[in-house]
Design a protein around this ligand. Structure first.
Ligand code: ADP
Ligand code: MG
Length: 733
C-alpha cells in the first residue's frame, strides 16, 4: 500500500510531467519561429525525454501495484533507463548549442556513440528487480552495467559549471538567467541524489523530495531559456509567470484541481483502506480464534499429528500461513508440514512473541525472517501454546492496492482532463484579450486603421466591437481634422495671398491704364516689358505655392530647394505676421537641393510657422527662420514618444547611421508663450491642442511627413520665453 507521502509524490510527479510536456511543446514551437535556434530544438527534446522518463516511472509504479507480470515491469524499467540515456544526449547537444562550444560537437558525437552502444546493451540485458516494502521504485540490476544516471549527472554538472561561470561573467538580466539555468542543473543533480537515497534507504520522504526538487528544476530550466534576456522580467524571472493571464489561469485552475483531487483522494483512500484492512484482519482473527477453540475443546492434550490435521482442515486462502507453537515458540503444526516436522523455532516471529506474552490480536507484524505480514495471534491458554494466522502484506493487500491504483488512475485521468480543458479555456480567454492589447498598442502608436477580429459573443467580443467602432470614429474625426487643419492654414495663406497679389495687381493696373497714353514713350515701354512679366511671375508663384499646399498628400520625390519653399511660406504668412506684430527675420544659408516632396515639406513649414505666429498672437515678437547644412550620425526611425535629451525633446534620432550623413537644418524660433514642460511630451499626439480653435493635427502631420523623409525634429522650449523647432532632413533620402 502507498503511504500518504508516496501518494503526494505521485501528484507532484504528475505536476512535473505537465510542466515538462508544456515546456517541450513550447520550445518546439519556439524553434519553428525565427531565429530558429537549434538549442530550443534540443531543449524541447530534453523536456520530452524527461517527460517520457517520468511517465514510464509513474506507469511502472502503478503497474507494480496492479501486480502486472515481471516481464512488463522490466520493460518499463528499460524504458526508464533508455529515456535517461537519451536525455543525457539531448542535454549535451543543448549545452553545446547554448554555449557555442567549439569542441562540443566532437563530444556530442562521442556521447552519441556511447549512448547508442548502451541502448543496444540495455535492450539485450536481462534485469532483476528488487521491490521492498513501501517501495514503488525497485532497485534495478541489469546483467550489464548501464550508466544512465552517471551520464546524465555528468551532463548536468557540465551545464551547472558552464552556466554559473558564464553568469558570473555577464551582468543584468543575462546573469540572472544564466544563474537560473545553472541553478536548475544543480537542482536536477539534487533530485537524482534524492532518488538514489530513496532506492537506497526506502524512505518515502526522499521520493517526495526528489520530485519536488525536480519540479523546481524543470521550472528554473524553463524560465532560464524562455525569457528574452533583454526584457525587464529577465531580472526577476519568477515574475514571468505573472506576465500572462494564461499562466495565472492555468496555475490557479490546475493547482486548485490538483490539490482538491489530492485531498479528496487521500481522504477517501485512507478511509476505505482502513475499513478494508480492518475486515482483512478480522477474518484472520476469526481463523486463529477458530483453531484455538478447536484445540482447547479436545479432551486430552493433542499430539502434533492431531494439530496438523486441524490446521490442514481449515479452509485457508492461498497465501495464508497458519501454525501452532508451543510455550517456547517451537512449531507443533504448520501448513507446511515439513517445517512442523523440523520443529522450527519461530520465537523470532513478532506474532509468536505477542501470544507467548499472553496477548491476542490482529495486526501487521514481522515474521521470523523479517518479512512484513498481516495476521492474527491467539494464545491457547490451556497448554500455553498459541496459533498464528498470517499472510505477506504484498498478497494480503493486493485488492487494496488495486483499489488504490485504480482510484489513482482515475485521478490522473481527471487531472489531465481538467488541465487540458483548463488550458483550452484559459487560451480562449487570453487570445481575444491579446488581440485587444495589440489593438490598443497599435492605436497608441497612431495606427488608427487597426481592426480587431473577434468572433466571440461575450464581453470581450463586445469590447472588441466597441474598440473597432472607436478607432473608426477616431479615424473619421482625424481625417476631418486633418482637412480642417489644412483648410485653416489655407485660409490664412489665402488671406496672405490676397495681400501679396494686391501690390503687383496695383502696379499692373497702373501700367495698363498708362499704356494707351504712353505707348509712344520708349522708356515706358521698356519698363513695362521688364516689370509686367516679373509681377505676373510673382503672382504665379504665389498662386502655385498655394496650389502646392492644397494638393492631396501623395509623396512625390523630386529635387527641392528648401530655402525657396520657406520663402514662399513666409511670404504667404507675411500679412498674418504683420497683423500680429511679428517681425520675421530670415537667416538662410546656401543650401544644396535635397530629395523630398515639395508639397509635403511646405506643409511642414506652414504648420510650424503658423504655430510660431499663433504663439505670439498676444504680445507680438520675433520669428527667426534659419537654415544651415551639416552632418549627423543619428537620424530617422521614430518612436511615437519623443526622447528627452537635455532640454530638448527629440523625435527621430533612433537610428544610428554608422557614418556622418549630409543633412540640412531648418530652425524656426519664436519668442512666443513657449510650451509648458508637461505638454512637451504630448506635443505630437494627434488631437493635442491648447488652443480654443486648434485641431491638434498640425504637428502630428508634420511628424509623419518628417518620418517619411527619414528626418528628425527637435523641440526646445521654455514657458514664457519662446520655442525653437529644429528640423533635420537628409540631403538624399
Ligand atoms: P494646433 O495648432 O491646432 O493646436 P498643433 O499640432 O499644430 O495643433 O500644435 C499642438 C500644440 O502644440 C498647440 O496647441 C500648442 O499648445 C503647442 N505648440 C506648437 N507649436 C508651438 C509654439 N511654437 N509655441 C508654443 N506652443 C506651441
Ligand atoms: Mg498648429
Amino acid at each position: 500500500m502507498l503511504s500518504t507521502i508516496t501518494i503526494i509524490s505521485v501528484f507532484t510527479e504528475i505536476f512535473a510531467a505537465g510542466i515538462l510536456i508544456s515546456g517541450g511543446l513550447t520550445f518546439l514551437h519556439k524553434y519553428f519561429v525565427p531565429p530558429h535556434q537549434r538549442k530550443d530544438l534540443f531543449l524541447s527534446g530534453l523536456f520530452l525525454t524527461l517527460f517520457a522518463f517520468l511517465a514510464a516511472t509513474l506507469a511502472s509504479q502503478l503497474m507494480f501495484n496492479l501486480g502486472r507480470p515481471l516481464a512488463e515491469l522490466i520493460a518499463m524499467q528499460k524504458w526508464v533507463s533508455g529515456s535517461l540515456l537519451l536525455s543525457s544526449l539531448l542535454l549535451l547537444a543543448y549545452i553545446v548549442e547554448k554555449f557555442n562550444l567549439r569542441w562540443g560537437h566532437l563530444l556530442t558525437v562521442l556521447l552519441l556513440l556511447v549512448v547508442g552502444y548502451y541502448l543496444v546493451e540495455l535492450f539485450q540485458a536481462t534485469a532483476n528487480l528488487v521491490y521492498r516494502e513501501e517501495i514503488i521504485e525497485p532497485v534495478v540490476d541489469y546483467s550489464t552495467w548501464i550508466p544512465a544516471k552517471p551520464l546524465l549527472s555528468g551532463c548536468w554538472m557540465l551545464l551547472a559549471g558552464l552556466a554559473l561561470w558564464r553568469g558570473s561573467l555577464t551582468s543584468g538580466g543575462k546573469k540572472v538567467l544564466f544563474f537560473y539555468t545553472g541553478g536548475a542543473a544543480l537542482l536536477f543533480l539534487g533530485a537524482l541524489l534524492s532518488a538514489f537515497y530513496y532506492t537506497r534507504f526506502a524512505e518515502a520522504g526522499y521520493l517526495l523530495a526528489a520530485w519536488l526538487i525536480m519540479l523546481l528544476a524543470v521550472l528554473a530550466l524553463l524560465l532560464g531559456d524562455l525569457i528574452p534576456p533583454e526584457t525587464i522580467v529577465a531580472n526577476r524571472p519568477l515574475r514571468f509567470l505573472r506576465t500572462r493571464i494564461l499562466f495565472k489561469l492555468v496555475l490557479i485552475f490546475v493547482l486548485l484541481i490538483v490539490i482538491l483531487f489530492e485531498v479528496t483522494t487521500l481522504v477517501t483512500l485512507n478511509i476505505s483502506k482502513n475499513a478494508l484492512s480492518q475486515t482483512i484482519r478480522d477474518s484472520y482473527f476469526r481463523f486463529a480464534d477458530n483453531i484455538a477453540q478447536k484445540v482447547s475443546a479436545l479432551p486430552v492434550q493433542p499430539k502434533p499429528e492431531t494439530l496438523q490435521a486441524i490446521i490442514e482442515k481449515e479452509k485457508l486462502k492461498e497465501n495464508n500461513i497458519a501454525f501452532i507453537v508451543d510455550a517456547r515458540g517451537q512449531l507443533l503444526a504448520h501448513v507446511d508440514k515439513k517445517r512442523a516436522l523440523l520443529k522450527e523455532d519461530l520465537s523470532g516471529n513478532q506474532g509468536v512473541a505477542k501470544l507467548l506474552a499472553g496477548q491476542a490480536g490482529a495486526a501487521e507484524f514481522k515474521d521470523e525472517w523479517g518479512g512484513l505480514m498481516v495476521g492474527a495471534y491467539m494464545p491457547i491458554t490451556k497448554y500455553h501454546w498459541g496459533v498464528v494466522v498470517e499472510e505477506p502484506i504484498f498478497s494480503a493487500y493486493f485488492e487494496l492496492r488495486r483499489l488504490e491504483t485504480n482510484s489513482l488512475l482515475f485521478v490522473i485521468a481527471g487531472i489531465v482532463l481538467t488541465a487540458l480543458t483548463g488550458i483550452f479555456f484559459a487560451r480562449s480567454i487570453e487570445r481575444p484579450i491579446k488581440e485587444l492589447i495589440l489593438g490598443t498598442e497599435a492605436v497608441s502608436r497612431g495606427e488608427l486603421g487597426y481592426h480587431i477580429n473577434s468572433s466571440s459573443a461575450d464581453e470581450i467580443g463586445r469590447l472588441a466591437e466597441a474598440f473597432n467602432k472607436m478607432t473608426k470614429d477616431l479615424r473619421d474625426s482625424q481625417e476631418r481634422l486633418i482637412l480642417s487643419e489644412k483648410l485653416a492654414s489655407l485660409g490664412t495663406m489665402a488671406a496672405g495671398m490676397a495681400h501679396e497679389i494686391k501690390n503687383p495687381l496695383v502696379s499692373l493696373r497702373t501700367f495698363t491704364q498708362l499704356l494707351q497714353q504712353k505707348w509712344e514713350d520708349k522708356e515706358f515701354r521698356d519698363k513695362f516689358s521688364q516689370i509686367i512679366p516679373h509681377e505676373i511671375e510673382r503672382i504665379n508663384r504665389i498662386a502655385e505655392s498655394l496650389l502646392k499646399f492644397g494638393r492631396p498628400m501623395k509623396p512625390e520625390l523630386t529635387k527641392v530647394d528648401v530655402n525657396s519653399l520657406l520663402e514662399e511660406v513666409i511670404l504667404l504668412f507675411e500679412s498674418e505676421a504683420k497683423k500680429n506684430n511679428v517681425r520675421v527675420t530670415k537667416k538662410l544659408a546656401t543650401l544644396p537641393q535635397i530629395y523630398g516632396d515639395a508639397g509635403q515639406l511646405s506643409q511642414v513649414f506652414v504648420n510650424v510657422v503658423k504655430n510660431a505666429i499663433e504663439a505670439m498672437q498676444k504680445n507680438g515678437g520675433e520669428m527667426i527662420v534659419k537654415t544651415d547644412v551639416g552632418e549627423v550620425i543619428k537620424l530617422g526611425k521614430m518612436k511615437r514618444q519623443g526622447i528627452l535629451k537635455g532640454e530638448e525633446m527629440v523625435w527621430g534620432e533612433e537610428e544610428d547611421l554608422g557614418q556622418p550623413t549630409p543633412v540640412v537644418f531648418i530652425e524656426i524660433t519664436d519668442t512666443g508663450e513657449g510650451i509648458a514642460e508637461e505638454n512637451l511630451r504630448s506635443l505630437f499626439d494627434p488631437f493635442f491642442t491648447t488652443k480654443m480653435t486648434g485641431t491638434g493635427m498640425g504637428l502630428p502631420i508634420t511628424l509623419r511627413i518628417i518620418e517619411e523623409h527619414k528626418g528628425s525634429i527637435k523641440v526646445r522650449s521654455k514657458a514664457g520665453a519662446g520655442t525653437t523647432f529644429i528640423i533635420t532632413l537628409p540631403q538624399k533620402s
